[in-house]
Design a protein around this ligand. Sequence first.
Ligand SMILES: [Zn+2]
Length: 212
Amino acid sequence: MTPQRIRVEAAADGQFATNSYLVMDEDTHDAVIIDANMEPRLIVDLARKTGAEVRAVLLTHTDVDHIAGLPVLLEEFGAIPVAVHDAERAGLAEGKPLRTEFAMEAPRVDNLTSLNDHEHYRAGSLDFEVLHTPGHSPGGVTLKIGNLLFTGDALFAGSIGRSDFRNSDGRALIAGIRSRLLSLPDDCAVYSGHGPATTIGRERRSNPFLQE
Ligand SMILES: [Zn+2]
């Protein structure tokens, strides 16, 4: 059996440099979008250009810069499922912002489905393993397909997510990164919620927040 050929395209918005990712099976063109940043047209254009059949939107967490683009994505791709961890599902269903610290409106979304820790989320020929990596926010997840990781705002190249919000937990964040992410092989690629891609090996060796 030949390994699945997965194509990853990224588009960052200008306001928060939040990444939205298009993840597509090169052979079937089944695809998902991971996170819905402030400029959703950028990832819509990439989906159109690559001929992606977008099956679902997966959310690493629900900070507004990761969900603001949802209404546009759902308009473009139809009523596809929006998958989110249960700890942040109610807020999204009610349109309640994740943070009390920001005075920003959050979209209200129907058609929600759950990303559960240790379970798999399947979208066409794509199969993501869900790793709960909370701490930046209660329902933060990392999505793993093959040796590709989408870590949201848990792990960045050379940094980790903020944990100074009321519903953050800095110890849980570091504990989760260590136990769920750094336990993976060095060559796992890391696609973060902000900034460039990296690898598990590089972060294990040099991320200043994760040294003993
Ligand atoms: Zn973010």
